[in-house]
Ligand binder design. Structure first.
Ligand code: SF4
Length: 86
C-alpha cells in the first residue's frame, strides 16, 4: 500500500496535505475585517460550488489564481465566472 495520500484534482486545501498553503490561507482569513468575512453557511456554499467546478485545481481557482478557501471567505470577492455563480 502506498504511503502517499492520493489527491483528487478538485480537492480543497483542507483535503490535501498542504499545511503551509492552508496556514497562509488561514492567516489571510484572520486578517480580514470581521464585517468582510463570509459566515459559515455562505463560505461552505461557495466551496461546494468550487468543488464541482472544472477550474478548481488543488485548491486554486485556475480562472482567478486565488486559493478558493481564501476568496470564498471574503464577501467582497466573487467567482471570476460571474456573481451569479457566487
Ligand atoms: S471561483 Fe468560480 S471559477 Fe473558480 S473554482 Fe470556484 S466556481 Fe470555479
Amino acid at each position: 500500500m502506498s504511503k502517499h495520500k492520493i489527491s483528487c484534482i478538485r480537492c480543497l486545501l483542507r483535503d490535501l496535505d498542504q499545511k503551509a498553503a492552508l496556514k497562509q490561507v488561514t492567516a489571510y482569513r484572520e486578517r480580514l475585517p470581521v464585517q468582510q468575512r463570509a459566515n459559515k453557511e455562505l463560505f461552505e456554499e461557495r466551496l461546494s460550488i468550487c468543488r464541482d467546478c472544472k477550474w478548481l485545481r488543488l485548491g486554486v481557482c485556475q480562472k482567478s489564481g486565488y486559493y478558493v478557501e481564501a476568496s470564498a471567505y471574503d464577501k467582497t470577492k466573487h467567482c471570476p465566472l460571474g456573481t451569479k455563480i457566487w
